[in-house]
Ligand binder design. Structure first.
Ligand SMILES: NC(=O)c1ccc[n+]([C@@H]2O[C@H](COP(=O)([O-])OP(=O)(O)OC[C@H]3O[C@@H](n4cnc5c(N)ncnc54)[C@H](OP(=O)(O)O)[C@@H]3O)[C@@H](O)[C@H]2O)c1
Length: 286
């Protein structure tokens, strides 16, 4: 297939591009600054002229806390930028894969959110991502909207690097025990997205590694797998931290729809162990 990717230099974008290339797909890279998705004319023309079979859109304004003080940036990219991409896809007559977030759910449930639960985003970032979904849903008929959570991978600066840096600097870390979701390895997610691309099973998906954990459990597993067992990890509470953005306390996603098509990711513990056994620069942003 010929696939356009918008945001190919992000943590997920790089993994997706690598795997798509390895699988023999032809890629068209639409990245900033030449292809800023907030520029309607540029992005719609690029999509219609690219002659692709599908567009993958993992690009986003991803600074969750920063969005609270700069909602204009978050909505320009995540909502209006996604509208622009959706219109480009409609004009080109091709489907779209839009990546969204566990944060569109409010976190008040105590069992995993399925694809059929109703989003109720809190905070600017979550609301802007949900607005992007709504543009896709209303403007397009053939789309994959994929919710995922707590991404990490070879590139980018994410929780794994940050917690290792904190442990190495301070020798002890405090981590919230009342925020629960699922760490997801972008290589596993990219593989699942590529399986989806080959289907006509359009609609809503929750694609995450299997299982769930608190940030505290996650941090302890990272310490164990990187030989930092002696680091003291202390459980703390969300209420102890005054973060600008509201955090859903429980946002585990259940992969119900993907599983019906045989698309299931391995457990978060297996994926994390695999990642950490291959990464040489843990603690350093890629
Ligand atoms: N990270 C998580 O834990 C997480 C959890 C759930 C869902 N998600 C969603 O998963 C997707 C991928 O996340 P990620 O962590 O891989 O993101 P990321 O590493 O922050 O990468 C975001 C990408 O978006 C691009 N981008 C931003 N603004 C753009 C614009 N105006 N025009 C074109 N490209 C633009 C960036 O380009 P530059 O390279 O030029 O900066 C970058 O390549 C996002 O949709 C995010 O909302 C992420």
């Amino acid at each position: 297939m010929r696939i356009a990717i918008i945001g190919s230099r992000g943590t997920l974008g790089r993994a997706f591009s690598r795997q798509a290339h390895a699988a023999g797909h032809e890629l068209v890279y639409l990245d900033r600054p030449s292809h800023d998705l907030t520029d309607f004319d540029v992005i719609t023309r690029a999509i219609t002229e690219s002659n692709v079979d599908i567009v993958a859109h993992p690009a986003a304004y991803t600074n969750v806390d920063g969005a609270e003080s700069d909602p204009g940036a978050a909505f320009s990219v995540n909502a209006l930028g996604t509208r622009n991409v959706a219109i480009g896809c409609v004009e080109a007559g091709v489907p779209l894969i839009y990546i969204s977030t566990n944060m569109v759910f409010d976190g008040t449930k105590r069992t995993p959110y399925t694809e059929f639960d109703t989003p109720n985003p809190k905070g600017v970032y979550a609301t802007s991502k949900r607005a992007g979904e709504m543009y896709v849903e209303h403007l397009m008929s053939k789309f994959f909207i994929v919710h995922t959570s707590w991404l990490y991978g070879k590139e980018g600066d994410h929780f794994v690097h940050k917690i290792v840096r904190a442990a190495d600097t301070r020798g002890a870390v405090g981590v919230v025990a009342d925020e629960v979701s699922t760490p997801t390895y972008v290589e596993d997610l990219a593989g699942a997205l590529l399986k989806l691309v080959g289907t006509r099973l359009y609609g809503w998906y929750n694609l995450v590694n299997e299982g769930e954990c608190s940030r505290f459990d996650y941090a302890r597993e990272v310490m164990r797998l990187t030989g930092r067992d002696r680091v003291t990890v202390t459980p703390t509470a969300l209420a102890d931290y005054a973060r600008p953005a509201p955090t859903p306390p429980y946002s585990t996603l259940k992969n119900f729809v993907g599983a019906q098509a045989g698309i299931v990711l391995r457990t978060w513990q297996e994926a994390l162990a695999d990642y950490l056994s291959n990464v040489t620069n843990v603690g350093t942003a890629g």
